[in-house]
Design a protein around this ligand. Structure first.
Ligand code: SF4
Length: 705
């Protein structure tokens, strides 16, 4: 430390998990007088092993942004947002929401939350809104990223249970990545792949020649939306050749014979026609799966954000099941989560499912929760919440009149954004709780509640491999900003239902409540102890019934071949393919693909856009990737301005000519405000996840000035 300037010389350090993506890296925070002054990746944490991506390295800088919300802001008669006291903010929120509830029923006020809150905040929010405030409808922005995987797992395995541990990246001899640009979206996981000593076959299925596809041993640039035909054809070949694990199928699965009959019609020839991949290559891929000893199937948004997403995820689960590639090192049907706490939102947010994978419609489940929380069972709704898109639709129909948006940026990120924005403007009262008062959604709010961010509060996140990691308060929130947990407690007091949440006195106390709620469930946390014991253990994967420090910290599920369905068997699930909702045609001849553009940016750039370093690493003005052949035909020059229009909206972008997109397809990163002007509001019917990647557009070269 001899060269370190004195202002950066720490007098102590503490470790905590990163607050961006679901990898869940640990960062060592350097403290001076109790305040964070710097950070470095933690070397001995079992997730990141001393590595971090640019977002993690810059995690502290975004806390100092000028546009932090530092006081509550209330819309005035002249239309401005003006600072008010917390008392005025809370009184106004209560009076306006209660008035709406009296006039239109308690179902007319809803909330939209996020996978970025700590688990304890999600759990308290779910209890406060559903049991204390009388709301029925509330969902998280995890609907935009992980709902499909959660639905697929629940149906196939009987519980939303990603079975893997990151060590599987290093132990596979065949790594099958579908719709996942791991290099960019999950760079530390990609580093784990690079550490694999078995020279694995890395097969990437993606219409784009992404950074990951370039590094793969085989890239399969299938035509968009041919996924199901392609994976069913692989199953067809495995059945035809007898390349299946008969013993595993008989011991651990259900409905294999019907599935085998179903895929009979999905011939490699049919898949070749649908996907553009030659028959010989499809046959070769099936052989590679057969010859692999430890085959792992991984997927992210290319699968999840798809109108057939649930069935595509299950087509991968089926491949793992029929070849016995589950519950073994280096194997698995593995959905990689998106946000730092998407899994917390899936399991503990009490939104569209009751706590710990229970069901609002199940009387026994409601009774269990009522007993643990010591609340009247009648206070628990008996119906599921609407998913995100139905809440948005509810504004259109007048069913939803009041909305509380917490730590998410609907006006930027929701599919067919202009429509969503217009609908938000129709609400009787919109409350936005966020770190920044400048998000597109906060700018539409009637009331902004200033929230503390990562590093300014404590709690836990659950990463992609089911690992709880602790976050800590290492900075004071600016001005009057409060941790979301404190805001929820304040709301409870103003609603006069604070009594109900006496046990939830702090995030760590709430963690104790969550442990009680999880007892006997597949996601049992009762062995995790307190935050210090999770820290001491290097994080703790669920389930964790024994003390965290005493269990193996690299565990995978289903090692005994037993699943969560009553009969203990995993189910084969399938369905005929369906046509794309909006095919390119003469008027709109290109298919728009959206996705993550760079490892340095995160979602709507609400936070990452505040870091000068991260801004330098990524173009700040919107660009569109166009194949050179298409550019020639359209008269588009490299780096020229181009109009991109769909049936719903239009934007102007800089053209980036690259053969990494196929002819007939264009790519625009999701980080730009205008991207979702174009997208089509269409959803997977089972998970209700938006299908962001099927939207027809046209291109037009613009005259340079
Ligand atoms: Fe944070 Fe994810 Fe980057 Fe790790 S990979 S440092 S968790 S953003």
């Amino acid at each position: 430390l001899g060269q370190v300037p004195s202002r950066l010389k720490p007098d102590a350090t503490t470790d905590m998990v990163c607050g961006y993506c679901s990898t869940g890296c640990s960062l060592r925070i350097h403290l001076k007088d109790g305040e964070a002054i710097n950070l470095t990746p933690t070397t001995e944490y079992p997730v990141n092993l001393g590595m971090a991506c640019p977002k993690g390295w810059e995690a502290l800088s975004v806390l100092d942004a000028d546009d932090r919300a530092t006081t509550p802001l209330l819309r005035t008669a002249t239309g401005d947002l003006a600072p008010v006291s917390w008392d005025r903010a809370m009184t106004t929120m209560r009076d306006r929401f209660q008035k709406i509830g009296r006039e239109h029923g308690p179902e007319s006020v809803a909330f939209l939350s996020t996978g970025q809150l700590v688990t304890e905040e999600m759990a308290l929010l779910g209890a406060l809104t559903k049991f204390g405030m009388g709301m029925v409808h509330g969902d998280g922005n995890t609907r935009q990223c992980m709902a499909t995987a959660a639905t697929a797992y629940k149906e196939s395995f009987g519980f939303d249970a990603p079975p893997f541990t990151y060590q599987d990246f290093e132990e596979s001899d065949v790594i099958f990545l579908v719709g996942s640009n791991l290099c960019v979206a999950h760079p530390i996981m990609w580093e784990r792949v690079c550490r694999n000593p078995h020279a694995p076959a890395i097969i990437v299925v993606d219409p784009r020649r992404t950074e990951t596809a370039m590094a793969a041993t085989l890239h399969l640039p299938i035509k968009p939306k041919s996924d199901l035909s392609f994976f069913y054809a692989l199953a067809h070949i495995l059945v035809r050749e007898g390349w299946i694990d008969r013993e595993y199928i008989e011991e651990s699965t259900d409905r294999y014979e019907e599935f085998a009959e179903f895929v009979h019609a999905y011939t490699p020839e049919r898949a070749a026609e649908a996907s553009g991949v030659p028959v010989e290559t499809i046959e070769q891929v099936a052989r590679t799966i057969h010859e692999g000893k430890r085959v792992s199937f991984w997927w992210t948004m290319g699968v999840n954000q798809n109108y057939e997403g649930t069935r595509i995820a299950q087509s991968l689960i089926n491949l793992a099941l029929m070849t016995g590639n589950l519950g073994r090192p280096g194997a698995g049907a593995n959905s990689i989560t998106g946000q730092c706490n998407a899994m917390g939102s899936r399991i503990f947010s009490n939104t569209t499912g009751l706590y710990a994978g229970r069901d609002f419609k199940n009387a026994e489940h409601r009774q269990e929760v009522a007993e643990v929380l010591d609340i009247p069972v009648e206070s628990i709704p008996t119906v599921d919440s609407w998913p995100y898109h139905q809440i948005i639709e509810g504004i259109r129909t007048g069913a939803i009149k009041g909305l509380w948006v917490i730590c998410t940026n609907t006006s930027h990120s929701w599919i067919h954004q202009e429509d969503a924005r217009e609908l938000l403007s129709k609400l009787d009262f919109l409350v936005v709780q966020d770190m920044y008062h400048t998000t597109e959604t906060a700018q539409q709010a009637d009331l902004v509640l200033p929230a503390a961010g990562w590093g300014e509060k404590e709690g836990t996140f659950i990463n992609s491999e089911r690992r709880f990691g602790v976050v800590k308060k290492v900075r004071r929130p600016p001005g009057e900003a409060l941790p979301d947990f404190s805001i929820f407690r304040l709301v409870a007091d103003y609603w006069d239902c604070g009594e109900m949440f006496q046990r939830w006195s702090s995030p760590e106390a709430a963690f104790g409540v969550m442990q009680d709620l999880s007892r006997g469930r597949p996601c049992d946390l009762t062995g995790m102890g307190d935050y210090a014991s999770i820290d001491h253990a290097g994080g703790a994967q669920w389930p964790c019934v024994e003390p965290a420090a005493e269990v193996d910290q690299q565990r995978r599920l289903f090692e005994d071949g037993r699943f969560y369905h009553e009969d203990g068997r995993a189910k084969f699930i399938w369905e005929e393919t369906r046509a794309m909702p909006e095919e390119p045609d003469k008027s709109y001849p290109y298919l728009l693909l959206t996705g993550r553009g760079a490892a340095s940016q995160w979602h709507t750039q609400t936070r990452t856009g505040k870091s000068a370093v991260l801004r330098k690493l990524y173009p700040q003005s919107i660009y569109v990737e166009v194949h050179p052949d298409d550019a020639r035909r359209e008269g588009i020059q490299q780096h020229s301005q181009v109009s991109v229009a769909s049936r719903r909206g239009k934007l102007t972008a800089t053209a980036f000519l690259t053969p990494t997109v196929q002819p007939g397809q264009v790519f625009i990163p999701m980080h730009y405000e205008a991207t979702n002007r174009l997208t089509l509001a269409h959803f997977d019917p089972y998970s209700h996840q938006p299908s962001y990647k099927d939207c027809a557009v046209k291109l037009e070269a613009l005259e340079s000035e």
